[in-house]
Design a protein around this ligand. Structure first.
Ligand code: CU
Length: 198
């Protein structure tokens, strides 16, 4: 009897691990030597995946600190509300002139948080401050949560991706790279590299 239970448990665990297998996608974004700074802050994302992707329970923040938006690049799932925080001793404004996410939160002081909900999948929008024209950031609205932002060396990792065929896309504020058709296996790691150019 005990043996049978063990065997059944084993089969159940095996079935679940096959059915609910996930993989990770890792890789590197490279550029010409003169454009090394653009390796960072590149978004690698799956264009479309099956399923319903809800916003995270906690709103992501975009801070305004030392006259800079942090992070500079923020990928989100459609329907996510972003909280814009002012952490500086000066007044900041937050606005977006792009049609797909047009808003203006006005000017506000340190400690105040104002928010905007991004609805439109595919919206690649800029965030600006009308007090400091040099301030600039980007919010990229995606269909699903399988995305990553590259580090300073261009490395990225997308975890917990269900197996399947996808189009892997690239967004960068200045440069471009062709999309890649990928087949994510039921387990393990798929390595994908991109070369960014004009
Ligand atoms: Cu500002």
């Amino acid at each position: 009897m005990e043996r049978t239970i063990k065997l059944i448990s084993f089969i159940v665990v095996l079935t679940f691990s096959v059915q609910y297998g996930y993989s990770q996608i890792t890789g590197k974004v490279s550029t010409d030597a003169g454009k090394v700074k653009y390796r960072a802050n590149t978004i690698i994302y799956i264009e479309k995946a099956v399923g319903i992707f809800k916003p995270p329970p906690k709103n992501p923040h975009m801070d305004q600190k030392n006259l800079t938006f942090v992070p500079r690049v923020l990928p989100i799932v459609a329907g996510t509300t972003v909280d814009f925080v002012n952490s500086d001793d000066v007044l900041h404004n937050v606005f977006c002139p792009d049609a797909c996410a047009k808003f203006d939160l006005g000017k506000y002081p340190k400690g105040v948080v104002k928010s905007h909900k991004y609805e439109k999948v595919g919206c690649q929008s800029v965030v600006l401050c009308n007090v400091h024209p040099e301030m600039e950031a980007y919010v990229i609205v995606l269909q699903n949560s399988y995305y990553a932002v590259t580090d300073a060396d261009g490395n990225f990792k997308i975890s917990n991706v269900p197996p399947g065929n996808y189009v892997l896309m690239v967004w960068n504020e200045k440069l471009q790279a062709p999309n890649q058709n990928i087949s994510v296996p039921a387990s393990g790691t798929l390595s994908v590299n991109f070369t960014l150019s004009k």
